[in-house]
Design a protein around this ligand. Structure first.
Ligand SMILES: O=P(O)(O)OC[C@H]1O[C@H](OP(=O)(O)OP(=O)(O)O)[C@H](O)[C@@H]1O
Ligand SMILES: [Mg+2]
Length: 184
């Protein structure tokens, strides 16, 4: 399947690659200011956050360590199962460290609410969140504050830039809503 085949499956493009990269550069600037003089560990949440991690990390001009966790609550569908499972834990001991969780999207907020409390229990110096995208539910309801937000999205299932539908479309450079024919 080439890129134009993928594009036939899309209805609305919400954000282009250029818009996403510009926003991540802006967030990286804020992160550099906020963590000046502090060591920083960025934790990417596999698999969705791979693209955000790669682009955000390369927008930072300071030293940063990277680690990864894999948690899953969606399975292969479009609805959160409500149960968060650790599929891969951190390699790093985060006690006393400044941790910045990097996510592709906050939808219900369930994954991050659970993850923040899990990481807080390990005694870090701080835990903050950076997400490329956020849906309205999370913006209204999430109890844990989200320090860095790229863009707000409408309440639609979206794909691209790491976000999948049944494991596909992660490699799309933009973020878009799927056309209805894809679901039927
Ligand atoms: O705010 P929530 O409703 O919890 O949803 C957000 C989470 O769901 C997706 O991951 P998923 O669990 O599907 O795994 P993946 O990253 O491997 O696609 C997405 O990448 C976020 O991690
Ligand atoms: Mg994810």
């Amino acid at each position: 399947m080439d890129a134009s085949d993928i594009e036939k499956d899309l209805s609305t493009i919400h954000y282009t690659e250029d818009q996403i990269l510009a926003k991540l550069r802006e967030l990286a600037g804020r992160i550099e200011q906020d963590y000046e003089g502090k060591d920083l560990l960025i934790v990417g949440v596999l698999k969705g956050a791979v693209m955000v991690m790669a682009d955000l990390a390369r927008s930072l001009t300071r030293h940063v360590e990277m680690d990864w966790m894999a948690v899953s609550s969606y399975g292969s569908g479009t609805k959160s199962s409500g149960v968060v499972r650790i599929l891969k834990d951190l390699d790093t001991d985060i006690s006393g460290r400044h941790v910045l969780i990097v996510e592709d999207i906050i939808d219900t907020g369930l994954t991050l609410t659970w993850l923040v409390s899990n990481l807080q229990s390990r005694g870090p110096a701080s835990v903050e969140i950076c997400t490329a995208f956020r849906k309205p539910d999370a913006a209204a309801k999430m109890a844990v504050p989200v320090r860095y937000v790229g863009f707000d999205l409408p309440d639609e299932f979206v794909v691209g830039y790491g976000l999948d539908y049944a494991e596909k479309y992660r490699n799309l450079r933009c973020v878009a809503t799927l056309a209805p024919h894809v679901y039927s």
